[in-house]
Design a protein around this ligand. Structure first.
Ligand SMILES: CCC1=C(C)/C(=C/C2=NC(=C\c3[nH]c(/C=C4\NC(=O)[C@H](C)[C@H]4CC)c(C)c3CCC(=O)O)/C(CCC(=O)O)=C2C)NC1=O
Length: 169
């Protein structure tokens, strides 16, 4: 698993370069965003159960056929599996926010997911929607916690969305 720093050092080491101006700019912006990243992770940690439950409720309100007979989240077992998946996305997004790198998502969440979802008939579109609903909720809560610029929160959620959407076509 990589984070922003190991990733950067890795890139310089591969080509045997000393850290240069670009590297220091990147490192500086990483350290400067550190407090906000930790605040975001703390907000997610304190509200994870609520966020998953409310995002699930909103998703099922928007796409009610998911929980009707024949829907992929129909039956208690599949309903729970769906919310559990949402919880995975949220938890790993919080790790990626702290790491300032989406590599943890590639390695631990997204690998092989398309095959699993396709073989079980889990629909990608609504899953992506669920991830985006959680992103919006997290951003609102992080803003409430006093973080002015919450744009960094997008990255892990958008990465999950992009990878899921890419692999679904
Ligand atoms: C940490 C990394 C990780 C991920 C990401 C993960 C996902 C994951 N989701 C699964 C199932 C599932 N995922 C869903 C999810 C949904 N169905 C819907 O209609 C909604 C759109 C959506 C919720 C938003 C459902 C319903 C199942 C059960 C499908 C079935 O067994 O028929 C399965 C199959 C095995 C199981 O049921 O546990 C995996 C592996 N597992 C992991 O270890």
């Amino acid at each position: 698993m990589r984070d922003a720093i190991t990733n950067l050092i890795n890139n310089y080491d591969i080509t045997g370069r000393y850290l240069d101006r670009n590297a220091f700019d990147a490192l500086k912006s990483y350290y400067e965003s550190g407090t906000a990243r930790l605040q975001a992770a703390a907000v997610i940690n304190a509200n994870s159960a609520n966020i998953v439950r409310e995002a699930g409720a909103q998703l099922f309100a928007e796409v009610p056929e998911l929980i009707r007979a024949g829907g992929n989240a129909y039956t208690t077992r599949r309903f729970s599996a769906c919310l559990r998946d949402m919880d995975y996305y949220l938890r790993y997004a919080s790790y990626a926010l702290v790491a300032a790198d989406t590599n943890v998502l590639d390695e631990r969440v997204l690998q092989g997911l398309r095959e699993t979802y396709n073989s079980l008939g889990v629909p990608i579109g609504p899953t992506v929607r669920g991830v985006q609903i959680m992103k919006d909720m997290v951003k609102a809560k992080v803003a409430e916690a006093g973080v002015d610029n919450t744009s960094f929160v997008d990255a892990p959620f958008d990465h999950i969305t992009r990878e899921l959407s890419d692999i679904s076509v």
